[in-house]
Design a protein around this ligand. Structure first.
Ligand code: ZN
Length: 431
């Protein structure tokens, strides 16, 4: 998606360790690439690539963290700094090891203990209430804005770090990934120990790096430093980094570098984003069509084409392109959300509502989706439902007072005891 739709989570201001602009970057293509990169190490860790997802936090500072078995969070800055798939896979392997070795379970106990002291109650309830029973990811983001308590929750001990390193190196070697990627990643952080805290990357604070740790990783990795790169992983890594940078850097920066792209389709995809962001729709569509001619069944290039039309207010063209992307990848919640948004903009309110609800059921963690859903309900005169999704959107963003106001309005207009009424109560009950 061109705007890399920001699914803003709780942004309770104050002392943000993780989340200055606490938000996730939701892009189907990037998440697919990360999921492919993660799959071999997750399997080696005994985790399921289907149930453990990698999500991108919109933050330039280098960090990676886990809060439960279901999500590994990577900062966009860390992804952009990775030069090889192995570097990124080493980070994912290390976080997977924190999950597999039970460090998260201990974190969660610590959370119970510190809940009152650190005023976690609100943040937890925000997540739980907004998520309708599935709010653990949001919890972590919420915790992320709670300064010192967050550090305690997310920080690992030195013993945990060395155990995670050893496990991660094992996962990499077992899945045929060159473990020197971990040495390359740790090299980024070497020396940061001595910086004042404000100049350190958050990763260094939560994952203590010592000379001993670096030495033992090096020794273990060296024994397998001849493993070749997997061309498929090199492709997806180049695609993820190429897309993310095209979104985040100036269009002129991207256009000056597209010729160095790993493959022709990635080159055209990056050009399309840069032209689109520069307001040149014709060139953007030409570029994405070239990428599509090389990969005709690629749902993500179709999704990007739809987004480019959307950005230029060609709503029915956009809806048509989204329909193609959706047909190629019917269960994708982010594509569904885009499709619904295009239908909404094109005035097809009932169809839009149907598609947006399908997206919400699959993945609520998208505040742009909730906003569109509120508009769709309003257009169709379903004001209580519009208030409900507006309440949930505010709750997701940590704006509790606004959330409760809308939830009360929703509850008054919904049948008592109905599932929607219950969702409103979840928001009202936030403490
Ligand atoms: Zn760690």
């Amino acid at each position: 998606m061109l705007s890399l739709r920001l699914a803003a989570f709780v942004s309770l201001s104050t002392c943000a360790q993780i989340a200055q602009s606490a938000g996730l970057l939701r892009d189907s293509d990037i998440e697919e690439g990360l999921s492919r990169l993660a799959a071999p190490v997750l399997i080696a860790a005994g985790l399921s690539p289907v149930s453990t997802k990698v999500l991108v936090v919109d933050d330039d500072r280098l960090n990676a963290f886990v809060i439960d078995r279901r999500y590994i969070f990577l900062h966009s800055g860390l992804i952009l700094r990775s030069k090889t798939p192995e570097m990124l896979q080493s980070v994912i392997a290390h976080e997977a090891a924190h999950i597999a070795n039970g460090h998260i379970a201990r974190r969660r106990q610590a959370l119970q203990l510190s809940r009152n002291a650190a005023n976690f109650g609100t943040a937890l309830a925000v997540a739980v209430g907004a998520a309708s029973g599935s709010g653990e990811a949001a919890t972590g983001i919420a915790l992320g804005v709670r300064g010192s308590a967050t550090r305690k929750f997310l920080s690992h001990s030195r013993a945990e770090e060395s155990s995670a390193d050893q496990s991660a190196l094992g996962y990499m070697v077992r899945s045929g990934i060159n473990p020197m990627g971990m040495v390359d990643t740790l090299d980024i952080f070497v020396g940061q120990e001595n910086l004042v805290v404000g100049r350190q990357d958050p990763y260094v604070r939560s994952h203590p790096l010592t000379r001993d740790r670096m030495r033992s990783v090096e020794t273990m990795a060296m024994a397998h430093d001849d493993l070749p790169s997997d061309p498929d992983m090199v492709y997806w890594h180049a695609r993820v980094v190429g897309k993310l940078s095209a979104f985040q850097r100036a269009p002129s920066w991207t256009l000056g570098r597209v010729k160095d792209s790993h493959t022709e389709d990635i080159k055209h995809m990056r050009s399309a984003i840069a032209h689109g962001r520069a307001g040149n729709l014709t060139s953007a569509i030409q570029s994405i069509d070239r990428a599509l001619s090389l990969r005709p069944d690629d749902p993500f290039y179709q999704d990007l084409k739809a987004e480019l039309y959307m950005r230029n207010r060609a709503f029915s063209d956009s809806a048509r392109a989204y329909k193609k992307a959706h047909d190629l990848r019917p269960k994708d919640a982010i594509i569904l959300a885009g499709y619904g948004r295009a239908l909404l903009a094109d005035g097809k309110f009932s169809r839009a509502l149907d598609i947006l609800e399908q997206a919400r059921v699959r993945d609520f963690r998208n505040s742009a989706l909730l906003r569109d859903l509120g508009v769709a309900y309003s257009k169709l005169g379903k004001h209580a439902m519009a208030s409900l999704v507006t309440a949930e959107r505010y709750a997701l963003r940590g704006r509790i007072k606004d959330a409760k106001m809308h939830a009360n309005r929703a509850a008054a207009g919904l049948p008592v005891g109905s599932p929607s009424w219950q969702r409103a109560q979840d928001v009202i009950d936030i403490r």
